[in-house]
Design a protein around this ligand. Structure first.
Ligand code: MV4
Length: 476
């Protein structure tokens, strides 16, 4: 990378503002990417554009993976099983020290929301590109996050403030909230440890099974209860904060199109959110982030009900799969921004600088078979063609003759389009999906095309009940 000689007046001013005069904070020299697949590739590219060297870590199953080949250096960290490679904190930290990297980008999944890992990085004096271990821990506990947000004046779904541990106490609280209610596990995620209860008769049974699922899955019996919101939209706001207390929001993503709590397609902006509501929700998202002194990229998830009331649901303390739709409508590079703020630089934009333009849609193309209940189907790619053209982006790690290993997430590629409005973005995505060729393995690309061609989708009739209502054959 290029090292600047001397310090300019402009730089001096920014150090003064940051209270860092005399201790120039250097941009990272080398970043280790503790992930694989398309996000590892995405991060390597951002680093290269910034003049930062990259280290890939890879498992024995990923010797021929694109991230392994694209990085400046690569180091094998263990066998195919994630538990022995991409989730092995000691091996990753050892690799980081051996390769002399000064920061780790965790991507999403794997160790990205592991507070212990972030803490170990802090101890080893390696910069973790993400929020502090303390915040990851705090927001990972959903009932605590809920309480924190209530106290910060952020609207939450009516429900409990303190955690609930027994069905008896739960029933008492559910009666005051009013049925139907949603019983949720504090450590839950992806719909695990979650049950609807429609009346006092079915409450205890549902509470107990949700709690048992949570004990089994997360070794945690902490539950909370919310009023059940019928067919809400899943609306999430991208926020980013720096080490100087600045936080901005970058608008919303509508992620309501989900199948079994897996996001299928995401878009930005949301068609039913007015400029005024966006300002209100955005301000709320910034208030939520500031309440916990958040730094780096994060997402505030809201439920939006039919009357346009919005409620805080969870905070995700990582960069997310769907971040490209935000990049396309704001023109920002979120990975670069994450790296800059982690190195101590102030945010490159203020709230007034953020302008949402046009409409972006992302389709997640997975190696799975829709006619076999979306069973993952890894294998060798025999023929491949990516769409291109104006406003088309493909984020992927796959290539011709690549063997998709069976050990990891089945996402192959993110097809992301940007159009002047929603109609144009839909047409662009339909056209791009039509051009996409992936042969040798099954994918959900045709299912994506069916969604985009559905009149209800085109009319913007998209809440969390969309797939179960219009594609019931895919929800068994
Ligand atoms: C809810 C809800 C309705 N009311 N909470 C599902 C996963 C978890 N993160 C939260 N989820 C929900 N919480 C209350 N009080 C409906 C859902 C929900 C959902 C949320 C987002 C996207 C898709 C969903 C599909 C079914 C249910």
């Amino acid at each position: 990378m290029m090292h600047k000689k001397g310090v300019t007046v402009k730089e001096l001013n920014s150090y003064e503002k940051a209270g860092k005069r005399g201790q120039k904070k250097e941009m990272f020299d080398k970043i280790l990417i503790a992930n694989r697949g398309e996000i590892a590739v995405r991060i390597i590219r951002a680093c290269r554009e910034m003049g930062i060297k990259t280290v890939a870590v890879y498992s024995e199953a990923d010797r021929d993976s694109l991230h392994t080949m694209l990085a400046d250096e690569a180091i094998c960290i263990g066998p195919a099983a994630s538990s022995q490679s991409y989730l092995n904190m000691e091996r990753i930290l050892t690799a980081c020290v051996a390769m002399k990297a000064d920061a780790i980008h965790p991507g999403f999944g794997f160790l990205s929301e592991n507070a212990r890992f972030a803490q170990l990085c802090e101890k080893c004096r390696i910069a973790f590109i993400g929020p502090s271990a303390e915040i990851i821990h705090k927001m990972g506990n959903k009932s605590e996050a809920r309480k924190t947000m209530m106290e910060a004046g952020v609207p939450v779904v009516p429900g409990t403030k303190e955690p609930v541990f027994t069905a008896e106490k739960g029933l008492e609280l559910a009666e005051t909230i009013g049925f139907p209610v949603m019983i949720k596990a504090s450590s839950g995620g992806g719909g695990k440890g979650m049950r609807i209860s429609r009346s006092r008769e079915d409450f205890s049974e549902n509470f107990k099974s949700a709690q048992l699922e949570s004990i089994k899955g997360f070794s945690d019996d902490t539950m909370y209860i919310e009023k059940y919101v019928e067919r809400p939209r899943h609306i999430e706001f991208q926020i980013i904060g720096d080490k100087h207390g600045n936080v901005v929001h970058l608008g919303e993503r509508d992620c309501s199109i989900q199948r079994r709590h897996q996001k299928v397609l995401e878009e930005s902006p949301c068609d039913v959110i007015s400029d005024e509501l966006r300002r209100k929700m955005g301000e709320t998202a910034v208030r939520a982030a500031k309440a916990v002194h958040y730094e780096n990229a994060g997402t505030i998830e809201f439920l939006l009900d039919k009357e346009k009331n919005f409620y805080f649901m969870e905070m995700n303390t990582r960069i997310q799969v769907e971040h490209p739709v935000t990049e396309l409508v704001t023109g920002l590079d979120l990975i670069k921004e994450q790296i800059r703020v982690a190195a101590g630089e102030p945010l490159s934009v203020s709230q007034e600088d953020v302008v949402i333009s046009g409409h972006a849609i992302e389709c997640r193309v997975n190696a799975e078979n829709p006619s076999r209940n979306f069973m993952p189907c890894p294998g060798r790619i025999t023929n491949i063609h990516f769409p291109g053209g104006n406003g088309i982006r493909v984020d992927t790690h796959i290539y011709g003759d690549y063997q998709v290993p069976p050990n990891y997430d089945s996402m192959l590629l993110k097809l992301v389009v940007h159009g002047k409005d929603r109609r144009e973005a839909i047409q662009k995505m339909r056209s791009a999906l039509g051009e996409l060729i992936i042969e040798g393995i099954e994918t959900n690309a045709d299912f994506q095309y069916e969604i985009l061609s559905h009149p209800a989708f085109q009319e913007g009739n998209t809440d969390t009940g969309f797939i179960p209502e219009y594609f019931p054959q895919y929800c068994k």
